[in-house]
Design a protein around this ligand. Sequence first.
Ligand code: GTP
Ligand code: SPV
Ligand code: MN
Length: 592
Amino acid sequence: MALTENKTVLSWIDENIKLVNPDKIVWIDGSEEQLETLRAEACSTGEIIQLNEELLPGCYLHRTAVNDVARVEHRTFICTPTQEEAGPTNNWMDPAKCYDMLHEIAKGSYSGRTMYVIPYSMGPIGSPLAKAGVELTDSIYVVLNMAIMTRIGKAVFDVLGDSNDWVRGLHCKCDIDEEKRYICHFPQDNTIISVNSGYGGNVLLGKKCFALRIASYQGWKENWQAEHMLILGIENPNGEVKYICAAFPSACGKTILAMLIPPQGYLSKGYKVWCVGDDIAWIRKGEDGRLYAINPENGFFGVAPGTNDKSNPNALASTKKGTIFTNVVHNLDDNTVWWESLDKNPPENAVDWKGNPWNGKTAEAPGAHPNSRFTAPAVNCPCISSEFENTKGVPISAIVFGGRRAKLAPLVYQSKDWNNGVFVGSIMASETTAAATGAVGVVRRDPMAMLPFCGYNMGEYFQHWVDIGASLDADKAPKIFNVNWFRKDDEGHFVWPGFGENLRVLDWIAERCEDRVGARETAIGYVPYAEDINLDGIEDEINLDGLKAILEVDKDLWTAECEGIAEFYEKLGDKLPAALKEQLDNLNAALN
Ligand code: GTP
Ligand code: SPV
Ligand code: MN
């Protein structure tokens, strides 16, 4: 039975029923009872495997097709009326042609299958910052993941009423045919169509497709921002909490930083870190003139490999109940899961992510896919912020950009002002990771970590950043920083210990926000005096000279970098904001 009388919803569903021809239609009402029925059904078909009920209650394992393990950027399209609106950094297709192509692929693809209708809210239901979506899918795995990652069910329709302000999402697994896999966005129509995939970012349409690509476009039109950012709060010993948003590219440390446990010296003084979000922030000016951020998601779709009780104990704790694991190792001895670096005891009697017998002691290939993931409810996180459900969001003191750069970018620096900060974000570059298909470890420009997620022209997006800054009073605007945890020495080792120790850098950032610590002005911005980064307790891992080395601004490297930046800016043509061209000129001048 339909869960809404909203005519725009009903007529859109009708059209899609005619197109994909399902055997059956199931409206997802959000009840635990219904989800339990679906879990049982997915277990009976082998789509998911129920894990050890004592050790991992309510947890399941799923394996995707071997050819379907990550986002596919080369098959992701922004379908605006003109190619210029999508801009030079996006793949573009003419909307009418794209609809025709997708309809051809989707036609009849639900035959013999069920259509699940998922009403969901990005952001706390009823928050003025939240937005509704409806996803149609033929995958129970998608339903179960959306039930963790978003707020689902009838309440979403109750708040939506008869409004037309909701995002349409059609997902069809089809045959998981790589050659016919398309992830397409129609910003003008609030519409997403995804075909021939069953993998996370391609099919959980509330996440990258809506909350970043469509939402970034909406934010441009409606004067707010959708960003690929974590949100965390640092509480100092006086109980004051400062909120920081940080944009790092995929698999570059957002989840890890968002749930950081302070080093012992900080813990004993009373410092705490609270997680508001680990992947996406929606940001809007509040009544007091400051920027406020909400996390539109309700769970974490985190990278599994590398997650352990040292690197991220809070993420690990979050996965102990009600979690879906995708493409990790299945330990047959105790019906649990494993992934590389979880611990030093890989199971010997196991199944790898491809579904083949696997013995961790003798295997040559990794048992878990490098982009294997956990889908864990945010409420499970031991350090989830008390403001997680705050419908107004949290006030932002600092914005931090960062990438994976073995050389060049210092451990941390502060931009000179807002526009210089926008420049710092716009010139971000990072080594590619397994989060998307394609080569790993290649440095590419990834402005604001939004290269794969910006739903419109990147030049306009930069201008939107400049405009947001112009609308803020200088004393209310967040300060903008850049960090790089990934500097390597000549032997290829990471110089900075990273992970929980990154709080030492956040501490400097928080102090800079209050003007309580000095800094050295350089061509690229304000760099810490090495003595101002607290190294107590990690002197064995890095000494003052080591720290000084990763705080250096190398003029030759930066001069060469400017050429790369100019080349990238060139691509944006006349959409490049004059303010950023000026920033590049200033940097060139300062380096000479
Ligand atoms: P998405 O979910 O893909 O958007 O990624 P994310 O940014 O949340 O990535 P995540 O936190 O899962 O980062 C995982 C990777 O970052 C792993 O390879 C970690 O080893 C690495 N990483 C995170 N923090 C640090 C750090 O401080 N130092 C070093 N060397 N590696 C780090
Ligand atoms: C990312 O790749 O940035 C992710 C995972 O957060 S996915 O949802 O697959 O995009
Ligand atoms: Mn991400």
